[in-house]
Write a protein that binds this ligand. Structure first.
Ligand code: 5AD
Ligand code: SF4
Length: 467
């Protein structure tokens, strides 16, 4: 699945690594973009943004990218070429923090050598308790949480910005694909999760405001809109619920997806809408976390596995060609062999097309970090691999069913290099496809699926030119 751009993978403890935290509220840019400016030394200032974690973070990075460009910086990809480095970080699991520590150590060294001048730490670690320790240990110049990302503007020499839910959202307009944040924060209290403490309680963005932004994006050339929120399907406003908003957005934008959902908020009518509406990508990401009712209770997930299975039945019924993915945590405190077996059973019953499997990572300040019944590392590792294998089997089996079908493929990332490396696209069913074409991102090609792996499909030469 192509879920990120310019991101680091947390591959060690994660299959299909992901971490989802919610983007800060949209910000209003009070100044029009300017060209890259030349610094006093006669050289263009340079900046490098590195993103860790989820799509909400990718979205925040897009907005920071806009700020640094407006401030006259040219963007570079290597730390050693950058005057300013921004690390936009994820806090959801400890290995994400360890990775950031590694990068901070390297940046500290480059700063001492005079190659990097300033380092900013933003995102979820910036909002977390460890930020001050890291700031001192690594001589970080600016620490920002997810709620005050806009303060980067002043740091890079732009006039101050206001934080507001305005459709004047800088960041992704004019590109073929755009993220639109519709809610921030989370009202759940899952035992293991740090998100409610770093992102706060749920705030929903007004419907009219969202629609205005979507209209403006579409007018400026956006062809694919992804609605974002930590519990995106919890969105509500004056009796209206997420399904109503989704329907309106899908009437405006030519291609729409949303992430991430919570089973307790997911209405059957939303699942049916995915099947009915042509502009909706037929792909559902619905984190289950565990197949055991005992564990779901300990995790405070608020549903039983039977309810989750019923949702999946409705989805499979309403969207027979659709793809389904989930998140699963193994090795949460008090997880027994019996609980693990139930997770494996659920994986088998739901025939997932993909899943993000995580080993439990204790987070300071969460309930689960204090719970007795820690699962030994070697047990967690074995359970992790067992779940992973079960997912891969089911994904591979389902992907193979696509062989021979002719698909309309949306190009997400163009072909790179001259070595014939394929472009990465997405079918309407939400499958990732490699296809050999020079079509630009945002275009469609039609091609036949020739082969399939557990994570991706491979298409033949497209019929006709891109559209
Ligand atoms: N340990 C392991 N996985 C976690 N997740 C969230 N917090 C933790 C944690 N402490 C996983 C959940 C969530 C996904 C974004 O990250 O599966 O859905
Ligand atoms: Fe974390 Fe649970 Fe909220 Fe998801 S629903 S962000 S896992 S607290």
């Amino acid at each position: 699945m192509s879920r990120r751009k310019n991101m680091s993978n947390e591959a060690e403890n994660t299959a299909h690594a992901t971490g989802k935290d919610l983007g800060a509220p949209p910000i209003l840019l009070t100044k029009k973009p300017t060209r890259a400016r030349v610094s006093a030394g006669g050289r263009t200032k340079t900046a490098c943004i590195r993103t860790f974690g989820c799509q909400m973070n990718v979205h925040d990075s897009d907005r920071m990218r806009r700020m640094i460009r407006d401030a006259g910086y040219a963007e570079v990809t290597r730390y050693e070429d950058a005057d300013l480095v921004v690390l936009n970080t994820c806090y959801v699991r400890e290995n994400a923090v360890d990775r950031v520590r590694g990068h901070l150590g390297e940046l500290n060294r480059l700063k001492k050598e005079g190659r990097v001048k300033k380092v900013a730490l933003t995102g979820c670690i910036g909002a977390g308790q460890e930020a001050r320790d890291l700031e001192r240990a690594y001589g970080i110049d600016l620490v920002l949480g997810t709620h005050n990302t806009y303060e980067l503007a002043q740091f890079v020499g732009l006039p101050g910005m206001e934080e507001t839910f305005t459709p004047e959202l800088p960041g992704t307009e004019g590109e073929h694909t755009a993220f639109v944040t519709i809610m921030t924060g989370c009202n759940y209290q899952c035992s293991y999760c740090v998100v409610p403490s770093v992102r706060g309680r749920m705030v929903c963005r007004p419907m009219e405001n969202v629609l205005l932004e979507v209209r403006r994006l579409v007018e400026s050339g956006t062809r694919y809109v992804t609605l974002l929120g930590q519990t995106v399907d919890a969105w509500r406003e004056d009796g209206r619920r997420f399904c109503d908003l989704l329907q309106r957005v899908a009437d405006i934008a030519p291609r729409v997806w949303f992430t991430t959902s919570h089973p307790s908020n997911m209405e059957d009518r939303t699942l049916r809408l995915i099947g009915q509406k042509d502009t909706l990508v037929k792909r559902l990401h619905l984190p289950v976390q565990s197949g055991s009712d005992r564990m779901l209770k300990i995790m405070h997930r608020g549903y039983k596995s039977e309810r989750y299975r019923r949702k999946i039945e409705v989805f499979r019924d309403a969207v027979p060609d659709g793809t389904l993915s989930t998140d699963i945590i193994v090795g949460h405190p008090r997880e027994t062999e019996g609980d693990h077996e139930e997770t494996l059973k659920l994986v088998e019953d739901c025939s997932f097309d993909a899943a993000y499997v995580f080993k439990f990572s204790p987070r300071r300040g969460t309930e689960a970090a204090e719970l007795p019944g820690t699962v030994p590392e070697e047990v967690a590792q074995r359970r992790f691999l067992e779940v992973l294998r079960a997912i891969e089997q089911s994904a591979f089996h389902r992907n193979r069913r696509k062989i021979g079908s002719v698909e309309e493929i949306y190009i997400r990332h163009g072909r790179t290099g001259e070595d014939g490396k394929a472009a990465v696209g997405e079918t309407w069913s939400g499958h990732a496809v490699h296809v050999v074409t020079d079509a630009e991102p945002g275009r469609y090609v039609t091609a036949k699926i020739e082969t399939a792996g557990p994570h991706v499909l491979y298409a033949g030469v497209p019929f006709g030119p891109p559209r």
